[in-house]
Design a protein around this ligand. Structure first.
Ligand SMILES: Cc1ncc(COP(=O)(O)O)c(C=O)c1O
Length: 370
């Protein structure tokens, strides 16, 4: 017999489960499975973080909790103005978010939804799949080309007449590859008016002078349908503070604001963000350090004749010719965490670049499995 109390508990649970019955529960496991860490714990080459941490000017922050008793309005306005000045746009075009993940979520809510589509590549950064489904849009996945670029014609065909949001991750996570700017421009101009493009430039800073790449913030296109997302989690090394932003038309930004959580950015993140943008010298150092780390990875890989996808990012993907789960488990035994599987690339491993001593451990472990 159920007691009255436990009956209500069970009934309540049932109601809660029923209420979420249409929720894509398989996606609850999307989140990075291996993130938890502790001092002296595993080597983390699994989340495309910046192994070196925040810029020196951020680490030197005097009294970081100054203003922690205040709501973040001042820092919010200040960073918004900084971002607007950086990209030569009006502050009304800028949306700050709790990481660029919040930007992805609110873009899915603002520009897709019931009866609309979210079109994404496969494989790409999965969050938009989760948020598209949560917004009750139909999510369509289009495989990458053999050169690991987005298949733009198929993506526009997939969105069809109903419209919605097309997610382009450029450079793409997990393949570290580029989709050429020229083809992106032609594709965007040909889209129907009810279709928006979310251009995720999370790894923009790591692209080293490729003829195929020009940021849509650096050289904007005369198309209001484009929303460009950037993050402070990668080059700026403050993933744990959660800060990102988007730039789009003021009209789109207003639609996004309606979906946003009030005050989703905190005073410490905002201060760190402002300081980061103020230190171009430190930004340049971080760019050069990543390029050197990436070159060294490529040298080590070439010495081992590995099949590596050319990388424009702070991570690298290569064909291990082994089931990737076996490779992940092998590295875990050596205290090294590498990227999760990215179906359908079932023999490819994604490795975030670590510090030189961390990469030494990585290669020692690789040499035991190769
Ligand atoms: C392509 C891409 N976009 C967005 C994000 C989310 O970044 P944030 O930490 O700003 O939420 C990531 C994180 O790895 C990413 O790879």
């Amino acid at each position: 017999m159920l007691s009255r109390r436990s009956f209500f508990k069970t009934a309540g649970m049932g109601a809660a489960i029923a209420a979420t019955a249409s929720f894509p529960t398989e996606l609850i496991s999307w989140a990075e499975p291996q993130r938890t860490t502790h001092q002296g714990g595993p080597i983390l080459l699994n989340s495309n973080e910046n192994a070196y941490g925040p810029f020196p000017s951020v680490l030197a922050l005097n009294n970081p909790f100054q203003d922690a008793n205040r709501y973040p309005d001042r820092g919010f306005d200040h960073l918004t103005e900084h971002v607007a000045a950086l990209h030569k746009v009006k502050p009304e075009q800028v949306t700050l978010g709790c990481g660029s993940t919040e930007i992805l979520k609110i873009a899915a809510c603002a520009f897709a939804g019931p009866g609309k589509k979210v079109v994404m590549a496969s494989p790409t950064f999965e969050a938009i799949d989760f948020y598209g489904k949560a917004a009750k849009a139909e999510v369509v996945k289009v495989p990458l080309t053999s050169a690991y670029a987005h298949q733009l014609e198929q993506m526009s065909a997939a969105v069809g007449k109903v419209g919605g949001l097309i997610y382009i991750c450029n450079p793409n996570n997990p393949t570290a590859s580029l989709t050429p700017r020229r083809s992106l421009e032609d594709f965007i101009r040909a889209l129907p008016p009810n279709t928006y493009v979310l251009m995720d430039e999370a790894y923009h800073d790591f692209v080293a002078g490729s003829a195929d790449y020009i940021s849509f913030l650096q050289t904007p296109i005369d198309q209001d349908r484009v929303i460009v997302a950037r993050t402070f989690s990668k080059i700026y090394g403050i993933a744990g503070l959660r800060l990102g932003y988007s730039v789009t038309s003021a009209k789109n930004a207003r639609l996004m604001a309606a979906q946003k959580l009030e005050d989703s950015t905190n005073v410490l993140a905002l201060r760190a963000g402002i300081l980061s943008l103020d230190h171009e010298d430190e930004h340049q150092q971080a760019v050069q350090r990543n390029a050197a780390d990436r070159d060294e990875f490529m040298r080590q890989a070439a010495a081992r004749k590995l099949e590596v996808i050319p990388s424009s990012t702070n991570f690298v993907m290569f064909n291990t010719h082994l089931p990737v789960r076996t490779v992940i488990d092998h590295f875990a035994k050596s205290n090294v965490k590498i990227g999760r599987p990215f179906p359908p690339m079932d023999t490819f491993a994604r490795i975030s670049l670590g510090k030189p001593e961390e990469m030494k451990t990585f290669w020692q472990a690789w040499d035991k499995i190769a």
